[in-house]
Design a protein around this ligand. Structure first.
Ligand code: SF4
Length: 109
């Protein structure tokens, strides 16, 4: 996900289906095959999804460490990890929109 690639930017008012599509198409640090990933593990430091979780979606260090552990051990596959990340982004933006709407109602025109 890069600001120089518009298709990879998730805006605050993006439709939910588009959020999921963009997260699911993110570049990962996963291996070419599931067998390889199970055997060698993924590379979270090269993964745009891991960085999204690290900097924006997961504030709990223990939860983040668990994502990293599952990745490097090959316990989790990228498809599943992407779906979990997409759920976090959708939940985050839903909460954000609700707070924005509540704030907008308090603003006098
Ligand atoms: S398992 Fe998750 S953190 Fe690891 S490379 Fe795949 S998408 Fe990235």
């Amino acid at each position: 996900m890069s600001s120089s690639i518009p298709e990879s930017i998730i805006s605050f008012y993006e439709p939910e289906a588009m959020i999921r599509k963009k997260v699911m198409s993110g570049i990962t640090g996963g291996k070419m095959t599931q067998e390889e990933q199970k055997r060698l593990g993924g590379e979270p430091d090269k993964c745009s999804l891991y960085l999204l979780n690290l900097f924006h979606m997961v504030s709990d260090d223990a939860e983040l460490a668990e994502i990293r552990r599952k990745c490097v051990s090959g316990e989790i596959m990228c498809g599943h990890c992407k779906k979990e990340t997409a759920e976090r982004v959708v939940a985050f933006l839903k909460d954000f929109k609700e707070k924005m709407d509540a704030a907008a109602e308090k603003i006098e025109v």
